[in-house]
Ligand binder design. Structure first.
Ligand code: IYR
Length: 253
């Protein structure tokens, strides 16, 4: 077949596919043809939906970061399920650019505490601006991170800034910060739902975490999640319990 004719046939074929794509009845041609499976989805009546949404909100509104942990181990089976939930988060091109390191070993926790406190001392005495320190005043934070020793475990979240294929070549990762942030949100919600407290600890810089935990060159520490049972007399700074009203943070168009 001559080239011109082949091109014509190809473009006719494209037009045909375009028409098929716009026809909503032909669902199988509405997306690119890729292997797919039926969506498993639990549907509810509207009253049930409202009840479930409210029940979830009432559970989540009791979540607060605390620095007062009980000196008590956490059940790893629970941590495992929570991490499995985190691993179900949506991510850029489904690349799942995260890695979670669960630290229960008291010696490793202590190493992390000492390294964190060193960075935090520099933060509180030199690095932080006056404005930043003022913003932190109502939270009462300081360079003391003794809760790292006490809490049952740390879940150190790493972002994989690029991936590696089977031959060790770099693979570009997309929306890494967003993806890891969403997975961390899933994890925080799952931990609270399971009955564990956590604190999002972000020492800056936190390269010491990759060093202590021996992480590969493509990973950057994203967050140190301190996880455990709250102490019986655990406190939350009042400032942290004041939340914006719905109308302040939502616009419906
Ligand atoms: N990383 C320091 C400072 C700090 C910064 C923010 I932004 C906070 O919300 C809380 C603390 C620390 O952990 O003390």
């Amino acid at each position: 077949m001559p080239d011109t004719l082949r091109r014509t046939f190809r473009s006719l074929n494209d037009i045909e596919r375009l028409i098929a794509c716009t026809n909503l009845n032909q669902r199988e041609t509405a997306m690119h043809e890729v292997p797919s499976i039926p969506l498993e989805f639990d549907a509810y009546s509207e009253p049930e939906m409202r009840q479930r949404a409210l029940t979830f909100f009432n559970m989540m509104k009791k979540r607060h970061s605390t620095r007062d942990f009980a000196d008590q181990p956490v059940p790893l089976a629970v941590i495992r399920h929570c991490l499995e939930t985190a691993g179900r988060a949506p991510s850029g091109a489904n690349q799942q650019p995260w890695h979670f390191v669960v630290v229960t070993d008291p010696d490793v926790k202590h190493q992390i505490r000492l390294a964190a406190e060193e960075e935090e001392r520099a933060f509180y005495t030199e690095r932080a601006s006056e404005e930043w320190l003022n913003a932190l005043t109502p939270l009462g934070t300081d360079a003391d991170k003794s809760f790292i020793d006490r809490a049952g475990c740390l879940i150190v979240v790493f972002a994989q800034v690029y991936g590696l294929d089977a031959d060790g070549n770099r693979v570009k990762h997309y929306y890494v910060q967003e993806s890891v942030g969403i997975a961390t949100g899933f994890l925080i919600a799952a931990l609270h739902n399971a009955g564990l407290a956590c604190l999002t600890h972000t020492p800056s810089p936190m390269n010491f975490l990759a060093k202590i935990l021996n992480r590969p060159a493509n990973e950057r520490a994203f967050l140190n999640l301190v996880v455990g049972y709250p102490a019986a007399d655990a406190q939350v700074p009042s400032h942290a319990t004041v939340k914006k009203s719905f109308d302040e943070f939502v616009t419906i168009v």
